[in-house]
Design a binder for this molecule. Structure first.
Ligand code: C2O
Ligand code: CU
Ligand code: CU
Length: 421
């Protein structure tokens, strides 16, 4: 940040060339660099200014995924920046510690711009997060990990249009923080991994190849109430989770790696035996609760997700920039009931995301959500046939998008708008 003029962050979308494969320059997009973006750190209570610049040769927007921000600054498709244009967004950070992210959102080009490399992270800190005893030494025991699959052509370039899949573009090559064949060096100690599924469409189920468990400490929008022992966690596009892996408990003589559901390696670790810490994490991290009142509120918004490929709908409609689908009062909690209607093929999971808010999952098919989902969320996977109830409250006014975070579904119209009045 440039602290001379208050807390100002300059964020520039630009084109670049990145050496992803040794000796080869791949044409990429990035924020303040050639590929991906910086971590923006903001603190609860601070008034911050994002000065956004578009140095691309096409229009873009700057969307803050998970940030509680007035609609005019949300960076949805309405807030387009033409090439060369600069816009400032000023707001007071009014949400708890969490790992958020940012990416473009121009109508019709979101999926392609993200695919080419536009994505960065936002860390929100607060008084609580600094006193939990969590590993927080960036790049030493606290790592951002952005998982993206990509398809390179023969020249090792991204040719998005050639590989675009209307049900979500996937690739055969895994990049972690934009790196091919990554390896992460960690100490024999407790390490915090901030996982972001930044892929256009692929889901990941993260687990350790050793079969050991780890602790989940956070969901999209804040800490879980307690570090929770789990052996795997699934993230659909847009979702985040923070986990603590205690490498001092793992057998360093074997190769340790984060793997996916199908056992493919996502991230191998290298253990630095010399590096240790004696971090003691607090037992209580948060005071998240779905209240009885929230559980008993009537459903006031019903959404039905349906379709595949180019024929994807929310309540039988496709996105129209000039249509407001719902209104909601600022500061009022409403229950959104979202049903993912199966089709003849069975249907697919849609990661459902709402801008400008963190919501609570009240129930999944009438049941309490698993512990991994008992925390603030902005994106939730809804499986085919499932009905999910969310308690949704907006603290700011303005127009916000809600959509499937399979970016090609979003692009194909699986998106609507709620105006907060
Ligand atoms: Cu990551 Cu419209 O969102
Ligand atoms: Cu978003
Ligand atoms: Cu979808």
């Amino acid at each position: 940040p440039d602290k001379e003029n208050g807390i100002v962050y300059d964020i520039t979308a630009q084109k670049g060339k990145t050496e992803i494969y040794k000796g080869v320059q791949t044409e990429t997009y990035g924020y303040n660099g050639s590929f991906l973006g910086p971590v923006i750190r903001i603190n609860k209570g601070d008034t911050v200014k994002f000065r956004t610049n578009n140095n691309l040769t096409e229009a873009t927007t700057f969307h803050w995924h998970g940030l509680d921000v007035p609609g005019v600054g949300d960076g949805g498709p309405h807030q387009l920046l033409q090439p060369g244009e600069t816009k400032e967004v000023e707001f007071t950070v009014n949400q708890q510690a969490s790992t958020l992210w940012f990416h473009p959102h121009p109508e019709g080009a979101t999926a392609e711009q993200v695919y080419k490399g536009l994505a960065g992270l936002i860390y929100v800190e607060d008084n609580n997060s600094k006193n939990l005893g969590l590993p927080d030494d960036y790049g030493t025991n606290d790592f951002p990990l952005v998982f993206q699959d990509r398809q390179f052509n023969e020249d090792k370039q991204f040719d998005y249009k050639a590989v675009r899949n209307q049900d979500g573009t996937i690739g055969d090559t895994m990049l972690v923080n934009g790196t091919l064949d990554p390896k992460l060096t960690v100490g024999k100690e407790k390490v915090r991994l901030r996982l972001l599924n930044g892929s256009n469409a692929r889901n990941y189920t993260f687990k350790l190849n050793t079969g050991d468990s780890f602790k989940q400490i956070a969901t999209d929008g804040g800490f879980l109430n307690k570090p929770t022992e789990i052996s795997e966690i699934t993230l659909t596009p847009g979702e985040r989770a923070e986990i603590i892996v205690d490498f001092s408990n793992l057998d360093a003589s074997s190769d340790i790696a984060l793997i996916n559901e199908d056992d493919t390696i996502l991230l191998p670790f290298k253990i630095d035996e010399q590096k240790t810490n004696s971090i003691k994490i607090q037992e209580t991290l948060n005071n998240y609760v779905v209240t009885e009142e929230e559980k008993n509120l009537p459903v006031t918004k019903e959404l039905e997700l349906f379709g595949m490929g180019k024929m994807v709908y929310i309540n039988d409609k496709q996105f129209d920039m000039n249509r407001i689908d719902f209104t909601q009062k600022q500061g009022e909690t409403e229950i959104w009931e979202i049903y993912n209607k199966p089709d003849m093929m069975g249907g697919m999971t849609h990661p459902f995301h709402i801008h400008g808010t963190q919501f609570k999952i009240v129930s999944i098919d009438g049941k309490e959500p698993p512990v991994s989902l008992q925390g603030w969320k902005d994106t939730v996977a809804i499986e085919s046939g499932q009905t999910i109830k969310l308690a949704v409250k907006f603290n700011n006014k303005g127009i916000y998008m809600f959509h499937c975070h399979v970016l090609e579904h979003e692009e194909n119209g699986m998106m609507g708008q709620v105006e907060v009045l």
